[in-house]
Design a protein around this ligand. Sequence first.
Ligand code: DGY
Length: 320
Amino acid sequence: MKVFITRAIFESGLQKLREAGIEYTQWTEKRDLTQQELIEHAKAHDALLFLGANKLDKDFLNACSHLKVISLHSVGYDKVDIGEAARLNIPVGNTPGVLSKATADTAFLLMLATSRKAFYMHKTIEKGEWGFSDPTANLGKELYGKTLGVFGLGKIGFEMARLCKSAYGMDIIYYNRSNNPEAEQDLNARKVSFDELLANSDVLTVHTALTDETRGMFNKEVFSKMKPDAIFINTARGAIHNEEDLAEALEKGIIWGAGLDVTNPEPMKAGNPLLDMPNVCILPHIGSATLETRLEMTRLAVENVIAGLKGEALPNRVLP
Ligand code: DGY
């Protein structure tokens, strides 16, 4: 049995594969595979351990319908046509849970950094612009007692809410399809309508999956319903907000600031106007990038490969 791995992964993961008697090929070039290259490599293997920019769409899945398992090295599965994979009986696995704290830390970091214009202030020093001290300049916003609105209160949203509650005593409101009883009990969180979330959040943080429903959801109209001093945080997927509309909302003071770990497209190009805005902090999709978390993600991804190749149920399977 052979697995094709689209990135170089940790040795601990490779060792587990060897112990299970599974051969592997790793793509070690520092570029994404073309769609054609991916299909050719996948065809020569029984399983795919995937991370990258490719789309595992209908065309790909039908060309590689022999695959016994597709294991994603991510919790997000928006690159895969999950319905088609299920139709073709290809189980798809992901890595939930282990990255919740690291990703919430990144959302918290962006919230605090944005509230104090930290990245922009850093740049002024680099440009030799640290001038005299002016008591009316460089002012940020405090977070104590403010309202955090969580769009999508799952595992990551819960961790972000927990951090904000304990650090700043923030009130937590959330928008979700279902209630989150744990958040309601432990954090006094309140489920509200989408419009209430927009109207009342001082910080609005996005923790939902990218789906047809959430794609482009945060657009001009939605930003116009937010508070003019609100901070928008997105550590989920860049395509959930419309980048041009966000830039315009910030430019015109429709909202106050934004902290992004995800952009659309990724990578964001140097020279993007958002990068020069004082109240904006942007990171290159590093939400889960701690050694501890990435080791765990590799472990879960490899466990899914091993189970799939043995014909067993995946420990973490994405269902349509
Ligand atoms: C995930 O796991 O989905 C993170 O966004 C990393 O891609």
